[in-house]
Design a protein around this ligand. Sequence first.
Ligand code: NAD
Length: 369
Amino acid sequence: MDMNFFLPVKVIFGNGRIRELGSLISGDRIMIISDHALLELGFVSEVKEKIGRTDFIEFCEVEPNPSCETVDKAAKLARDYSVDTIVAVGGGSVMDTAKAVACLVSNNGQIKDYLNGSKTFTSRKVRLICVPTTSGTGSEVTNVGVYTDKSSGVKKPLVSEFFWSDFALVDPRLTFSLPKSVTASTGLDALAHAVESYWAKSSQPVSEALAIRAVNLIMKYLQRAYTDGDEESREGLSMASLLAGMAFSQTRTTILHAISFPLTNIYGLPHGFACSLAMPEVLKLNYKVIGNKLDILIRYLGLKNIDELSNELEALMRAIGAPRKLSEIGIREKDIDGLVESSLSSPIAKLNPAKIGREELREIFETIL
Ligand code: NAD
């Protein structure tokens, strides 16, 4: 068997390890990237205190599902200040923005040039430290960024070898303040990463080992983190998100993420809810093609068969307030064709093990209408 595995990120994980942030800084021109809510919650002040310096520039305007305009605005600030170190403190939206900004400092043009493929990043001189405050995206250990082009209304991923962070500083305590709905949505995002990486055509033994453990942790802890939010469940979810990120950084995601882009873009569904909406249905379809492989996951979870797994997923989604029907977010029969076309236009749709073309996807959407 041939296999490649490459993950050039130093990972620091543990409760309270935000205290080590200062020791990771080597430059003089430091930029902190975050968002308004996290600024209000005191995360930015905490980061500044841990760095132990006072000379920073800050950009705390990142919105959920960051737009190209936001990235370019932050990049202008970074270029003007000749930034040499970026600390991203936030969820996937903040970390993805920081990845692009770190690259745009030493590459000319705008993020759209790279998103539409007319330019490619050729270097990155800025040190990038990612400090996640959600437990879902795994962006701290992936070479992917996801950006929304408001002019075309398209949200899409960009992959670059220069998007790996130098350090992923994962302190589960930073997720203690997550509201229930964000805990639910981000937890389901991590679950989608793990499940999709596990079944992806591009999966390999190391990514499978990471993914299977991530699924196990999420099934054990997500509902508890949602209802109790206790330390053990938060730590379990942060680990799961990290492992799932490592897994899909090697394989990419598949049809569930392809479906998520229009659901978020057009219907405003939070990313993790959008990724998981069709999970039980796609799981059953994939079982017909890779049943033996999915049986290993089913047994590892202590379940008997595919129906039990599918029912467990449904029960989990309901218990944490995730939508199960397209109609819950205002989608009607007449919208399905557009949703099918938009989902299938994403290249990752082809990485799904079972062939899901127009007909199959239409059928899935009709089942969950
Ligand atoms: P997010 O970063 O958009 O944050 C969601 C909300 O939660 C924001 O309002 C934020 O202020 C708030 N929040 C974050 N941490 C908090 C905390 N500790 N306490 C209270 N509130 C907090 O959400 P996300 O799910 O982490 O990121 C989603 C984005 O990441 C999407 O654009 C998605 O496409 C992208 N993504 C990227 C990758 C990747 O590998 N690069 C992977 C998956 C998803």
